[in-house]
Design a protein around this ligand. Structure first.
Ligand code: SF4
Length: 641
């Protein structure tokens, strides 16, 4: 009695259409569908197609084998087996519908809720579920029936409760995966609340594994109903069901072994047909509603300032001022360690600041932290994020949702994962306009087409009706940009927005960013590992290493006169158009992981200029440009070539 196979192992993409031509598809689907249609037909029209009354007894002709009068013979009371089999098909339809429907109604909402809420709700419910599934299913069903009483509907109620655990776990696991996806973060960026995200963005992604789970459960319920009727606590005699037929056949196995064959074949064929169709659905259904996991968790934790932050003097031109930001992570089972410390910078209105550094330097977590989108097990423990005069880290959930999309927006690295695959791209832009600006459907649609046109996509009205997977990477990123800019935010955070694109498209997207910034006048934080891209688009660059900024300077000054050895190392490792020899220099060693940073200069182990004094903590120094190096004034570092 189990319906717990893994329906969520759905192949990520594919449509039903292309499989029609496969021979295996026809071989499986056509007989299975015919079987189930026949079952449905018999259930609906049993009175018309049965040759005899299924309850009519004829003791003189009991236990007869197949004959012209009785094609499948008679049972121990002389009743026509074929007629009882046909009437039994009603139970075979009603029972799975009742039990499966109840299981879905109970399991899915609870699974969605605990998966999204997490915390102690999740813990308590999952412990109860684990207790239930650790007991054999038939035992649980018998206990419930013992409390409620025997009969078909009570038995199905018991099975519904029992199988709801499978749906609950399925919905929970899908939510746990989907809530970490970039498109869900994107929905949070535009300010969608938890209920909207759950119902509109995540729920549809449950559909394919849910349908497969339904088919598995239907088969399991059929078998369970037969089993419960067989032991006398399901359908009660003389009502015809395949389970009760098997029950009476078992008593006369020696006298008439054929009696068990018709209901046995009917049960096996129906379960097989349902499960085979489930398999085909798993392989074929959907519009590619699952997207590859990025592995990045997401759960916002409000700032809990625990130490004083030295305020930066406000400037009237400031669009964003970040002061003393500190972000901590708690790896599973280990003590909390910092991933970002002493992070302070400002961006003026209309200015672009590049945040550059190697992988693992803390760039992306900084960008997400500004939006309050950091993940599970990550905490902002100190700092202020002043968007003009508002500290984003001091806002409650509702106000932060209002600010996202309206005042601050974000463009992610991979456009195909940042857009929800279940909605058209136009729908996703219009959603922002309806939520944030209260536009009507018509007005939002018109504005959406204008925006799609503005980001340089031809035939905007037609492309608005495309799904993300129907667009190229460059076009999808243009859509993501159009959505981010739909409410003309004051600040745009672009997290490696060109990294997933090919080189020619990269340049087009950079040009688009530049044009749109001129037009909309927003400040931009451009996160990238590519100094050449940063040089192309940014006014100033902040170089990050091991969770802290080590140098900030205008682009030209940074390239012409780097003042931190790490910056000089990055510049010298940039390809500069010379092919062949000598090979590009590299920065020796690798970035130490959080928790393993030195107490002094974090770059010391890789720095060719390190001296004893570098073993002490180093502060940022400077006025127009800033650097974190004790030897900045005495070193003469090589500029970019
Ligand atoms: S402080 Fe010392 S070790 Fe650190 S970058 Fe400067 S010279 Fe190198």
């Amino acid at each position: 009695m189990t319906a717990n196979a893994d329906p969520s192992a759905t192949p990520p993409r594919g449509r039903l259409g292309p499989n029609w031509r496969k021979p295996s598809f026809l071989v499986i689907v056509v007989p299975s569908a015919l079987m189930l249609l026949t079952l449905l037909f018999c259930a609906l029209f049993a009175e018309w197609v049965t040759p005899y009354d299924p309850l009519q007894q004829d003791l003189i002709n009991a236990l007869q084998g197949p004959s012209v009068e009785h094609w499948l013979g008679t049972d121990d009371l002389g009743r026509d087996v074929l007629s009882r089999l046909i009437f039994g098909s009603r139970i075979a339809v009603i029972a799975p519908a009742e039990a499966t429907g109840l299981a879905v109604l109970i399991g899915v909402p609870i699974g969605l809720f605990i998966g999204f809420r997490g915390g102690w709700w999740d813990w308590v419910v999952m412990r109860v579920v684990e207790a239930v599934v650790s007991i054999p299913g038939i035992m649980v069903a018998i206990v419930i029936i013992a409390i409620l009483g025997t009969g078909l509907h009570r038995a199905m109620f018991a099975l519904g409760i029992l199988y709801s655990t499978a749906f609950l776990r399925l919905a929970r696991s899908v939510v746990l995966t989907e809530r970490e996806e970039v498109y869900v973060k994107s929905a949070r960026v535009i300010g969608a609340g938890p209920t909207r995200i759950l119902l509109r963005h995540i729920f549809l992604n449950i559909a394919p594994p849910l349908i497969v789970q339904v088919t598995l459960t239907v088969g399991a319920v059929l078998l369970a109903e037969a089993g419960l009727s067989f032991i006398g606590i399901g359908v009660q005699p003389p009502q015809a069901s395949w389970g009760t037929m098997l029950n009476s056949a078992a008593s006369f196995m020696e006298l008439s072994p054929f009696l068990a064959v018709p209901p046995g074949i009917a049960i096996v064929a129906t379960v097989l047909a349902v499960n085979l169709l489930g398999d085909v659905l798993r392989d074929s259904i959907g519009r590619g509603v699952r997207v590859p996991s990025t592995g990045a968790p997401a759960q916002r934790m409000l700032a809990v300032p625990r130490k004083a932050t030295t305020p930066m003097a406000p400037h009237p031109d400031d669009a964003l001022r970040v002061e003393g930001l500190e972000i901590m992570v708690s790896p599973k089972g280990e003590a909390e360690v910092p991933v970002v410390t002493d992070m302070s910078f400002r961006i003026a209105k209309g200015e672009t600041l590049g945040l550059v550094g190697e992988s693992g330097s803390g760039k992306t977590v900084t960008g997400l932290g500004l939006m309050g989108l950091i993940g599970t097990g990550v905490r902002i423990t100190n700092g202020r994020v002043m968007l003009e005069n508002t500290n984003l880290l001091g806002l409650d959930r509702r106000d932060l949702e209002k600010a996202r999309g309206n005042d601050v927006a974000m463009v992610f690295q991979d456009p195909t994962t940042s857009l929800n695959p279940t909605y058209t791209v136009g729908n996703q832009i219009a959603e922002v306009l309806r939520i944030k600006q209260g536009l009507s459907h018509r007005a939002a649609r018109d504005r959406t087409i204008e925006l799609i046109d503005r980001v340089g996509i031809p035939r905007p009205a037609q492309q608005a009706d495309a799904y993300p997977h129907e667009l190229s990477g460059g076009m999808a990123q243009r859509i993501a940009i159009a959505r981010a800019l739909s409410c003309t935010p004051k600040l745009l955070i672009a997290d490696e927005p060109t990294t997933a694109l090919d080189v020619t498209v990269q340049q087009e997207i950079l040009d688009l960013f530049r044009d749109l910034q001129d037009e909309f006048g927003m400040a931009m934080l451009f996160v990238t590992h590519d100094l050449a891209v940063a040089a192309d688009i940014c006014d100033r660059i902040a170089v990050m290493y091991c969770g802290e900024i080590v140098e900030t300077a205008p682009v030209d000054a940074l390239f012409a006169d780097p003042r931190h050895p790490y910056t000089a190392g990055l510049l010298s490792a940039m390809p500069h158009g010379q092919s062949g020899k000598p090979p590009l220099p590299v920065i020796r060693g690798s970035v130490p992981a959080p928790g393993h940073w030195p107490t002094g200069c974090r770059f010391a182990a890789r720095c060719p200029y390190a001296i004893d004094a570098c073993a002490k903590p180093v502060q940022m120094t400077g006025t127009d440009r800033l650097e974190r190096c004790t030897r900045a004034d005495e070193l003469s570092l090589e500029p970019a070539k």
